[in-house]
Design a binder for this molecule. Sequence first.
Ligand code: PLP
Length: 382
Amino acid sequence: MSDTTGFSTRAIHAGQQPDPTTGAVVPPIYATSTYAQDGVGGLRNGYEYSRSANPTRTALEECLASLEGGSRGFAFASGLAAEDTLLRTICRPGSHLVIPNDAYGGTFRLFAKVHARWGVQATPVPLTDLAAVEAALRPGETTAIWVETPTNPLLAVADIAALAAIAHDAGALVIVDNTFASPYLQQPLALGADVVMHSTTKYCGGHSDVVGGALVVDDPDLAEKVAFHQNAIGAVAGPFDCWLVLRGLKTLAVRMDRHCDNAERVAAFLSDHAGVSETIYPGLDSHPGRELAARQMRRFGGMVSFRVAAGEQHALDVCARTRVFTLGESLGGVESLIEHPGRMTHASVAGTELEVPADLVRLSVGIEDVEDLLADLGQALD
Ligand SMILES: *Cc1c(COP(=O)(O)O)cnc(C)c1O
């Protein structure tokens, strides 16, 4: 499907031609591990074994590549499986990466507790400070800058195009974790990034019913290397999981617009609430990255964080008192979620420089009726 075709048209059709045998409009779940060969080596459309390729996964991978504007997509069993495969594709002992100092906790743990043991070094830096990023780069040694924007849970906005220019000057790649924005709100490859990574568990799947991950690249040589490692390591997404993510992607644009509508209202409500000392949302005038977010994102997203004026205990109480917002980890589903990053998603970074404020609450604003969301937050805060 051509690059000029609209986003939703691609989300619904890219990689998803009606099944040639039956005309089934929706790609079937090819629950098969292996494929009959027409004589030794006589593969039908290249399918040999489902770790290497599966038609349901191919449909998802082609759709993701189209939505991110890359030449090739890869679907994994989780976001972290995608990250691990990518790191093992591009790194070797002695490799160095620059990572956000407020990276997703699981990403930080993968660097600090797993890849560090294999000699991969990571320097945490605030990516909003371009001078600090430049100072942390080791030309010839730094393999990549790992970018997350907006970040989790503090919603800092990093300048993808500026970071790409700095990285490329130093011979490093730029990897963007695009989970929070989704391909509908932000297109990192067009801004100069080399690799886009997703936890498809979140907005891409969108219904809190699947765990998955993805990589999208444009450069054919890098794509070949990722393809080799996807098969060699084997952390692939199964056909049913691929089917769920593919179904989620079809409604990504309409869901994201509603997530954004509701998040804007929630952010405005919290900003005016006396029980809230700070509301963090890239669309607020008070957010230092607002102008940049307006430039590089279509809208400001569905995540809102806030600090509770009365401190940590009250923050925990607010999390326990909501009824429409479900207390739980994860994000990006149709239902609203609330969580306490310090005790939940970011417990693994306690005591490190990635520690988050104890009075911080994170919301994944869902697509319910916004009046119900505002009333729920109001009663929980009062
Ligand atoms: C959830 C998440 C991940 C990890 O993805 P999993 O699917 O849970 O393995 C990575 N980055 C961000 C920003 C996330 O929110």
